[in-house]
Design a protein around this ligand. Structure first.
Ligand code: GTP
Ligand code: MG
Length: 199
């Protein structure tokens, strides 16, 4: 009697993929949730809550007046890059009051995209401190808004005190192609400077 080939349903086939956790960080309203929406090939997970009058004087909406919600826990998405590199994207909340959560979300990440808004550069310093305390490699992504002032890269590097090898790119977080370029800048940096082997 013929018997069916034995298949053990308990195990999945070995997929030849490299799985990497990437952080998307930055201060309040800089475009983290927007970028994960643009990048994710799966339906992203968001934890948005409506901003109420209680936030007036606490969460500064200057420059992002149309913003009506804020992330209160995490954003999550997934993006596969050529070479079967699967990036799990974890977005943090923006406000400094969530700092303990930033540190929790950061655990196990290989690198970070740090979004900055050049209209409010000072808001980014606390995020940079946290990323550097955690020893994460990162790329800096300037998310451009209509009234974003333009700085020469060397001026911006100086203002943000960036190391020479840290990638500095400009993007529109609403645009997938632009956001993927930022992600590739980070991944190239990680491949050059860390154990990540995408081959
Ligand atoms: N013009 C322009 N608007 C943007 C861009 N990225 C985001 N926005 C808008 O800016 C606002 C802020 O975007 P969010 O993605 O919520 O920012 P966030 O960093 O996730 O904010 P928090 O989670 O509250 O810290 C939203 O109203 C977006 O529609 C951009 O590249 N250009
Ligand atoms: Mg958000």
């Amino acid at each position: 009697m013929d018997s069916a080939p034995s298949v053990n349903p308990k195990y999945l086939e070995n997929a030849d993929q490299t799985l990497v956790k990437i952080l998307v960080a930055g201060p309040f309203g800089v475009g983290k949730t927007t970028m994960i929406d643009a990048l994710s090939e799966t339906v992203p997970l968001h934890t948005e809550e409506t901003m109420t009058q209680a936030g007036i004087g606490v969460d500064d909406l200057a420059g992002v007046q149309n913003k009506s919600t804020t992330t209160v826990a995490i954003d999550f998405g997934r993006r596969t890059l050529p070479g079967d590199l699967v990036l799990y994207l974890f977005g943090t909340p923006g406000q400094q009051r969530f700092k303990p959560l930033w540190e929790d979300i950061t655990r196990g990440a290989l690198g970070a995209l740090v979004l900055v808004d050049t209209r409010r550069l000072g808001d980014s310093f606390e995020v940079f401190d946290m990323i550097e305390e955690q020893g994460l490699r990162y790329a800096v992504v300037v998310n451009t808004f209509p009234d974003t002032p333009t700085y020469a890269p060397e001026v911006l590097r100086d203002r943000l005190d960036l190391a020479d090898q840290t990638p500095l790119v400009t993007c529109d977080a609403r645009d997938a192609t632009s956001s993927i370029d930022a992600l590739i800048a980070l991944v190239s940096h990680l491949i050059t400077h860390s154990a990540l082997d995408a081959s």
